[in-house]
Design a protein around this ligand. Sequence first.
Ligand SMILES: [Zn+2]
Length: 138
Amino acid sequence: MSQPATKPVPVPDEISAPFFAGTREGKLMLQHCTACGTWSFPVRERCPHCFAAKLEWRQSSGRGTLYTFTIMHQVMNPGFASSVPYNVAQVDLEEGVRMVSNVVGIDNKALRVGMKLEAVFEVAGEDVRIPKFRPVAG
Ligand SMILES: [Zn+2]
């Protein structure tokens, strides 16, 4: 007997642990550089703008807009077989960073570039939550 394939689950490491600790509490945490004042994502050790190792964790508003998206029809990983077609979206957060995620709670045909979104947190493993985005009015 074989188990149905499951989606891969992120494994937090030393650097990304605060990000995933935040998602478990329903908070979207981002790194903010205390040297130059910019936000960054993905998670990293140094600021991509000024290279200072002065990144601190701050809570994002979780709000953003849909920058672009595509619809996946191919099954590139067996864990996603029951999810196709699904969207892969780039979301511009209010803090000025772009995050790759999925928009949930809406039919793929209703997705529109520029629509307003807010973060929600999907259970992805025993102790892991992944940020997804859902439409908000306005
Ligand atoms: Zn910086």
